[in-house]
Ligand binder design. Structure first.
Ligand SMILES: [Fe+2]
Length: 226
């Protein structure tokens, strides 16, 4: 998994990890964050290089690639509008516009034809842990967006393991950062048991194949993204 992520982040695009994660967060957060959906006036604003901190965490400027213009919507070809219809609609982003699916395909070098979008809002607490696993199977791609704030929440990122399932490192759990990978035979990840002071919040997006059995979890069970 390490090598697959490295290919995506470094070889294809030449980004460093932080700028890549920031771009990912900008893409997913921009599509789904209610404050951005509901505040039309924000769309016209261009982000200042020295943007203020969010919940105590500084915003890392994106200087190249996706997100670098400060207008992620224009870069993705997405038309911003005010959503008053909830989340399970094309407007709400549950079924992403073709331009967004195309952006993921281009970013990750995969074909999402015949897949379905699954969005899970996770709230973990206490002694939460998750043993190493690969996600291989119905999940064609896994996209994690961390949304925790508060004390030590930057340490609540997903843990990554080597081919022998030995702990390798934790990815940053900073607010609005994320992790993306294409499941494979060695894409081991999990979460070592550690104290969570508060709630560990994250948004997980998966594009899953037609074999996904829990159809009720899909945004549109009968409608693939393309
Ligand atoms: Fe997983």
């Amino acid at each position: 998994m390490i090598s697959e992520v490295g290919v995506v982040m470094n070889l294809k695009f030449g980004w460093n990890r932080r700028s890549f994660l920031s771009a990912l967060a900008a893409a997913s957060g921009g599509l789904l964050a209610p404050d951005r959906i509901g505040a039309l006036s924000l769309f016209a604003k261009k982000r200042k290089p020295s943007a203020p901190a969010v919940d105590g965490n500084p915003i890392v400027p994106i200087t190249s690639g996706l997100g670098s213009t400060g207008d992620i919507y224009a870069e993705l070809g997405v038309t911003p509008l005010v959503n008053i219809n909830g989340t399970v609609t094309v407007i709400g982003g549950s079924v992403m516009p073709p331009e967004v699916v195309a952006a993921w395909e281009k970013l990750c070098g995969i074909d999402l034809t015949g897949t379905y979008l699954r969005i899970e809002y996770c709230r973990d607490a206490g002694g939460f842990w998750l043993e190493p696993h690969t996600d291989i199977g119905a999940k064609r791609i896994t996209i994690m967006n961390f949304l925790s704030t508060g004390e030590e929440s930057e340490t609540w990122g997903t843990d990554i393991y080597d081919n022998d399932m030995k702990f390798y490192e934790s990815c940053p759990g900073d607010f609005n950062c994320g992790l993306i990978f294409i499941p494979g035979t060695n894409s081991y990840h999990g979460f070592e048991r550690r104290e969570i002071k508060g709630i560990r919040r994250s948004l997980m997006l998966n594009y899953v194949g037609p074999e996904w059995r829990a159809r009720h979890e899909l945004c549109f069970p009968d409608q693939p993204v393309k």
